[in-house]
Design a protein around this ligand. Structure first.
Ligand SMILES: Cc1cc2nc3c(=O)[nH]c(=O)nc-3n(C[C@H](O)[C@H](O)[C@H](O)COP(=O)(O)OP(=O)(O)OC[C@H]3O[C@@H](n4cnc5c(N)ncnc54)[C@H](O)[C@@H]3O)c2cc1C
Length: 461
């Protein structure tokens, strides 16, 4: 297959991935004397921080995605190819893709990250993840499908397992999704399922560490925990889920939570592209780069964003996997590519931390700003909404998200609960596109998950 890219007198910059980093870099090269080729397996840019809202029916998928071709419409030096990049061949300056080979003068890897299951096979096979729009839509369908099934169940143990939801990972994604599910339990599910006793539905947030929101301030950590407690989410700290099969999420060899619904938000690895030497790929599959985002030992290959492992004195474990890091590295790399073309020395990347935040539910969010500034509650919530609205790509998406949020706020309802994409675990595919086994539902013995779990976990800390 030929990728039909025109020959240009200008050097060609190939960018793999049009997420936060790749999109920003392609935009920053708008007036540069280069031909830009963007390759992404999806024909849209995905705003991942709002995926959990798609999963819980608060936002339509279309309002957090934007077509790549529309972003760059009318631009002369820009080409997009929808393809899966399979391998890089640095010796011939070529990337091998599902639609043919593409030659590059400069290559930028901006492939982001993939869910890390830490080698726990039963979890990888059976858990839901939330890294992409299809993942979020599957999760949304799966929860509502299980409620439909719960209605038909005579066995109370099976009914309970269908209704319980376990979220693993107490970072921003885990906190946000469990808060949102708790709101759904309070406002949406009782209206839709009056025949079910929603008081018995339990939402667990399980975190291996001693606190939620690990990298945030202690004030944010304790505020988030308090908000979740108030919403009735059972937070289990210092606890790890090690196995998930037959509707049981095991947190020790014998103790488990009965559930059909396990959402894994416990970590990510770099989305490595094969072909680079093993010594530049770290244990969590990030690619080692210098302060110019140049891949070690490769003058014309760069990596940015989640994939890039840039170690600095103040960040000895590498830059955090956050959207602003990807965007700031893209801005700096855009400038540095121009410097390299002019024969000048590139500038070192310096991360400007503008703060972090997490939303728990309506009127409840936590925000940390540089200089130890912390705020919470309705001010934090309004800040979170404003920042996310402003950073969504596309005017229409901003308007649609604003209208959906306003509707949910005033009606305490979420409009989006159609099961238009019925999901079965048989449909699950692993990263290589192979279908996974179906998770077997069998009648679990009911373990009413003693309220002492948390006290016990805390005493183990
Ligand atoms: C649920 C969730 C919530 C988050 N919340 C926040 C938040 O609140 N704040 C924050 O700052 N960060 C948040 N993050 C992290 C943030 O989204 C990432 O740090 C950011 O997306 C990284 O940008 P990136 O450009 O490196 O990769 P991405 O944005 O992930 O983009 C990677 C792109 O590469 C494409 N791709 C990957 N491999 C290939 C291949 N082999 N071939 C072709 N295309 C490929 C993908 O399709 C994708 O479009 C969240 C992430 C998730 C999953």
């Amino acid at each position: 297959m030929d990728t039909n890219l025109p020959v240009s007198a200008n050097p060609r910059v190939v960018i793999i991935g049009c997420g936060f980093g790749g999109l920003r870099l392609a935009q920053s090269l708008r007036n540069a004397p280069v031909q830009v080729v963007v390759v992404d397996r999806n024909n849209y840019h995905n705003f991942q921080p709002l995926l959990y809202q798609v999963a819980t029916g608060a936002l339509e998928a279309g309002s957090i995605a934007y077509p790549i071709r529309k972003i760059f419409a009318g631009r002369k030096n820009f080409y997009y190819r929808m393809a899966d990049v399979q391998r890089v061949d640095p010796a011939s300056n070529t990337v091998v893709t599902s639609v043919g080979n593409i030659r590059y003068d400069y290559l930028v890897l901006a492939t982001g990250s993939l869910t890390n299951f830490f080698g726990l096979e039963s979890i990888e096979r059976n858990a839901m993840q939330i890294k992409s729009i299809p993942n979020a839509l599957n999760l949304r369908s799966f929860i509502f499908q299980n409620f439909e099934k719960a209605l038909l169940m005579e066995n109370p143990n099976e009914r309970q397992a269908l209704m319980n939801i376990v979220v693993v990972g107490g970072g921003p994604t885990g906190v946000e999704i469990s808060g949102s599910l708790a709101e759904m339990r309070k406002h949406v599910l009782p209206k839709d399922y009056p025949e079910l006793d929603l008081r018995s539905m339990q939402i667990f947030l399980v975190e291996a560490g001693p606190a939620l929101l690990g990298p945030m301030s202690e004030a944010s950590q304790s505020d988030a925990k308090r908000y979740l407690d108030e919403l009735g989410v059972k937070v289990m700290l210092n606890t790890s889920i090690k196995n998930f099969e037959n509707c049981r999420a095991y947190y020790s060899d014998t103790e488990y939570i009965p559930t059909e619904n396990l959402v894994w938000a416990a970590g990510v690895n770099g989305a490595e592209v094969p072909g680079l030497p093993a010594e530049v790929v770290t244990r969590n599959k990030r690619v080692t780069v210098n302060r110019w985002n140049q891949v070690e030992g490769h003058a014309n290959i760069f990596a940015i964003g989640d994939l890039a492992n840039m170690v600095t004195e103040d960040m000895p474990r590498g830059m955090p996997m956050l959207a602003p890091v990807a965007q700031q590295q893209a801005d700096q790399l855009g400038e540095n590519l121009m410097r390299l073309l002019r024969g000048e020395t590139p500038k070192d990347f310096v991360y400007k931390n503008k703060g972090s935040m997490a939303i728990v539910s309506r009127n409840k969010a936590v925000v940390d700003l540089p200089g130890n500034v912390h705020f919470n509650g309705i001010l934090g919530w309004a800040t979170w909404l404003f920042v996310h609205l402003m950073t969504l790509v596309g005017f229409r998406n901003k308007v649609v998200a604003f209208v959906d949020w306003a509707f949910s706020y005033f009606s305490t309802d979420q409009a989006l609960r159609l099961i238009i994409r019925p999901f079965s675990r048989r449909d699950m595919k692993d990263d290589k596109g192979k279908k996974r086994d179906e998770h077997r539902t069998s009648t679990p013995e009911y373990n009413p998950t003693p309220p002492a779990i948390q006290a016990e976990a805390e005493s183990r800390a």
